[in-house]
Design a protein around this ligand. Sequence first.
Ligand SMILES: NC(=O)C1=CN([C@@H]2O[C@H](COP(=O)(O)OP(=O)(O)OC[C@H]3O[C@@H](n4cnc5c(N)ncnc54)[C@H](OP(=O)(O)O)[C@@H]3O)[C@@H](O)[C@H]2O)C=CC1
Ligand SMILES: O=C(O)[C@@H]1CCC=N1
Length: 266
Amino acid sequence: MANISKDVVVGIIGGQGWMGRSLGLAWLEQGVLAPERLVISSRSDGEAYRDWPGVRCVKDNRELAALADVIVLSIRPQDLASLDIEAHDKLVISLLAMASSQEVSRRVGSRRVVRAMPNAAAEIRRGYFPWYALQQVTEADKGLIQTLLESCGATRELPAERDLDYLTALSGAGPAYPALLAQSMLEHARQMGIADNIAREAVMQTLVGGSLLLESLGDDPGDMVERLISYDGTTAKGLRTMIDEGIHQTIHRGLAAAHRAASGSA
Ligand SMILES: NC(=O)C1=CN([C@@H]2O[C@H](COP(=O)(O)OP(=O)(O)OC[C@H]3O[C@@H](n4cnc5c(N)ncnc54)[C@H](OP(=O)(O)O)[C@@H]3O)[C@@H](O)[C@H]2O)C=CC1
Ligand SMILES: O=C(O)[C@@H]1CCC=N1
């Protein structure tokens, strides 16, 4: 993992929160950033950085904006309207869903804005971070962004902001979808009288092992579905029933609803 220039100070507004502390702690633990180069803000006190006394924790976002060269916005979208900072064209990385780069740019007073969309797996450094940069973001800025985001998972620059709105619904929400599948499988196993510890183990091993297998094969996931349908055994019975009952339509409708919300048209 590359470390960034020793002079750069990064500030995370909302640095005690779920995504903010995932990034902040990853930078510290991986040596991407020295503790004295990290400033975080939140309205209440928090414990996330108790093992890193060199990190500056402030309550005043204007103070953070003055100290930092790069400002990460990791507050919830509904808190953006009351954010009162002047970024003076510093590099700003917004993690917010439902707030366009132009809106963030106007709100914080910078044209060097990047929108990145994390997901909950950032907490275990297995997130996926697609990002989109406004024109004023330089090549040097982009290198820095890659380094900062890679600390928590895979990254990908996107050519268009509309793609980021879509991926908010797909990968941004992502870990919630396997959680929903796991919940449904567990519920059924329990109804069938399987002991809770065995049901949980079976569901988790299946989802984790199945995902790793798909990743290692690198094929279209549909190939695996087709292969097991043509195998014509027990799995085929399950798959055919789920498909005939409309699982694809249900998933597509769910993604479309999340996409509408991410695009501000829900
Ligand atoms: N969690 C996820 O899975 C994903 C989240 N996102 C996006 O990431 C962003 C952050 O989400 P997440 O980390 O989950 O949210 P959290 O609620 O966990 O964290 C937000 C943090 O912001 C702080 N905060 C709120 N207002 C202010 C303020 N004015 N100044 C300083 N700090 C403030 C809060 O602390 P306090 O109340 O003490 O101030 C809190 O610690 C959101 O915009 C969300 O859309 C995107 C994809 C996935
Ligand atoms: O649910 C949300 O609004 C946030 C943004 C994308 C994923 N989580």
